[in-house]
Write a protein of this length. Structure first.
Length: 466
């Protein structure tokens, strides 16, 4: 496909408009290449490059259109903004994706959109683009599609059978913030497609389990006398998706941080509720950048986006998802903001020194996860290794334990690494002295920007990529 000047101009506008959506992540799918198709996904996730602020730059991340009927005060694409507008047709999106994939620029597609005409029309356009990729071009790679709140549930369901991951942006952490800055949207319409995707995934899993059980049952028929299976349903697995699964990589959402006045306490508890009630794979946090200049929004011209706050929220999110913490343990109503000086796990440990020191030779897995400097993998390695003998600090270092943090909170066979006072001020001073390595976008050491696909093109070929 030759990249015409018109298509190139659209590409510049719509890839730039998509850069504020951070819900790009590892695929979560595991699908080998299939004869007659192109592309695949692997369990480890798509090979990504990440900007300093965590934004993924390896997918074709694009809006179908930046035209929008809504006037959300925080959004660059709000209808009252005087900006260049562009719209891709489904055919153009499919052709661009395949063209860039064949040139090894990308490995998958992240497709979102402004709301053109109405939610149903917009969702139908997204569906048509993904349908063309799967059927006309036989594209077997990773596709992440936004589900549009307010769109007909049937269109969302059809799209779910074709996409690997879907996401619905929560936009702002609370309904009050949404009402203030995006009055045309409401929380109920946003949560409705979330619930639909959740239930669709559960039903699909139940059907898959039923068929797997039925196959196992038939395999045993020749070896034992078994009762007849009874079911009131005759299920047929969908064949639309290469995996025959509904949204196999799960769903995610995004919250804008700093546009509205919610505290970290509210945000962390909202995230916990989303994980528990909607079975989300990931909540993404996007530090607010004032692109509209609206008087109701914080001015980020001098202070910049709250990247350190975003960073601490991601760390708290990891504690919720992988470290068996509850939101009430990470942050309380009495101290509604995360400590910006140290990470949430160290902060919890300093506030609960009564639980320390922990002997790594005898502590259970749950307790090991609470130790600063001990990660999920290193905790598993400790549990496995101590079955075969006694541990020492040299072994812990080999297992990946960050001893310069952990040394204040652990003993090994009853002995500390060195004489240490179990005193909050003493430990805090030493932890701060370590100089936590923060993303460059926070420290300001290097200025990063999101890569554009135009960066991959030679200047003389911008008018028409052959």
């Amino acid at each position: 496909m030759a990249l015409s000047q018109e298509i190139f101009e659209k590409l510049e506008i719509l890839t730039d408009a998509a850069k504020y959506d951070v819900a790009c992540t590892s695929s979560g799918s595991s699908r080998q290449g299939i004869k007659g198709t192109m592309g695949n996904t692997v369990a480890g996730g798509i090979c990504h490059c990440f900007a300093a602020d965590g934004r993924c730059i390896s997918l074709l991340k694009i809006l179908q259109t930046n035209e929008c009927v809504y006037d959300c005060k925080y959004c660059l694409n709000r209808c009252s903004n005087d900006i260049p507008r562009a719209t891709f047709t489904p055919e153009e999106i499919a052709e661009l994706t395949i063209s860039f994939y064949r040139r090894n620029y990308i490995e998958g597609l992240f497709l979102s959109s402004g709301i053109k005409n109405n939610p149903d029309y917009t969702m139908e356009q997204l569906y048509q683009a993904v349908y063309l990729l799967r059927y006309r071009y036989r594209f077997n790679g990773y596709i992440h599609v936004k589900a549009i709140p307010g769109a007909d549930s049937l269109i969302i369901e059809k799209t779910g059978w074709l996409a690997d991951r879907m996401s619905v942006n929560l936009e702002l952490p609370t309904a009050e913030g949404l009402k203030s800055l995006a009055p045309q949207k409401n929380r109920k319409k946003i949560l409705t497609p979330m619930r639909q995707i959740q239930m669709g995934r559960k039903e699909n899993q139940m059907i898959a389990d039923y068929h797997a059980g039925r196959s196992e049952y038939k395999a045993l028929e020749h070896t034992a006398e078994l009762p007849e299976l009874k079911t009131g349903h005759s299920y047929q697995l969908e064949e639309s998706h290469p995996d025959s699964r509904f949204v196999p990589a799960g769903q995610s959402t995004q919250m804008i941080i700093g546009a509205s006045p919610e505290s970290d306490y509210e945000i962390v508890h909202v995230a916990e509720a989303l994980y528990q009630r909607f079975d989300l794979k990931r909540v993404f946090y996007s530090a607010f950048i004032n692109t509209t200049g609206d008087s109701l929004l914080p001015d980020t011209t001098e202070s910049g986006p709250p990247l350190l706050r975003e960073h601490r929220l991601y760390q708290a999110d990891f504690l919720l998802r992988f470290y068996q913490f509850r939101a009430d343990e990470i942050i309380t109503a009495d101290s509604p903001h995360l400590n910006v000086q140290i990470d949430p796990k160290c902060n919890w440990a300093l506030n609960h020194l009564e639980f320390f020191p922990v002997d790594v030779q005898t502590a259970d897995y749950h307790t090991l996860l609470r130790i600063p400097g001990v990660g999920v993998k290193s905790a598993r390695r400790i549990v496995k290794a101590r079955r075969m003998g006694r541990l020492d600090f040299a072994s812990l270092k080999k297992f990946g334990v960050v001893l310069k943090r952990a040394m204040y909170f652990i003993t090994c066979n009853g002995k500390m690494m060195m004489p240490i006072r179990l005193n909050r001020e003493f430990i805090l001073t030493n932890l701060l002295g370590l100089g936590e390595k923060l993303p460059a976008g926070i420290t300001g050491d290097t200025i990063y920007r999101q890569m554009s696909l135009t960066d991959l093109m030679m200047p003389e070929k911008k008018g028409g990529l052959q």
